[in-house]
Design a protein around this ligand. Structure first.
Ligand SMILES: [Zn+2]
Length: 119
């Protein structure tokens, strides 16, 4: 995975011209007068094999960048948990093993919250 590289001033300027000073997502006018109101985003996330080249970059307004980041992180964190066997089901399977199976324990759909009885 490539490391995130900040845009050079030249690249930043190029993107502003390309996007006509508008957000790459909602097309609102980007606010360059305040710090951190314009975020350079990777269209193809670095974690997904994207690169730092300018064709993979876009300037987003803060709101769009925030929305994108949240959407990106959540499903990935979840699938990572599944891949590493850290779900509640995996924990129960390790703790109880075959007992769960014989009682017909079914893994709950994603997002299901287990109700633990109070001890
Ligand atoms: Zn926007």
């Amino acid at each position: 995975m490539e490391k995130r590289k900040p845009l050079s001033r030249r690249e930043f300027g190029l993107l502003i011209i390309q996007q006509e000073g508008k957000c790459g997502k909602c097309a609102c006018r980007l606010d360059f007068t305040q710090p951190k109101r314009v975020v350079d985003e990777h269209l193809h996330p670095l974690a997904d094999g994207g690169g730092n080249e300018i064709t993979n970059r876009a300037l987003y307004c803060y709101e769009c960048a925030k929305g994108k980041t949240v959407k990106e992180v959540t499903p990935r964190a979840k699938s990572k948990r599944y891949a590493e066997g850290r779900t509640q089901y995996d924990k129960r399977k390790r703790a109880g093993g075959s007992r769960i199976k014989s009682r017909g324990f079914q893994p709950k759909p994603a997002g299901y919250k287990y109700q633990w009885s109070k001890k």
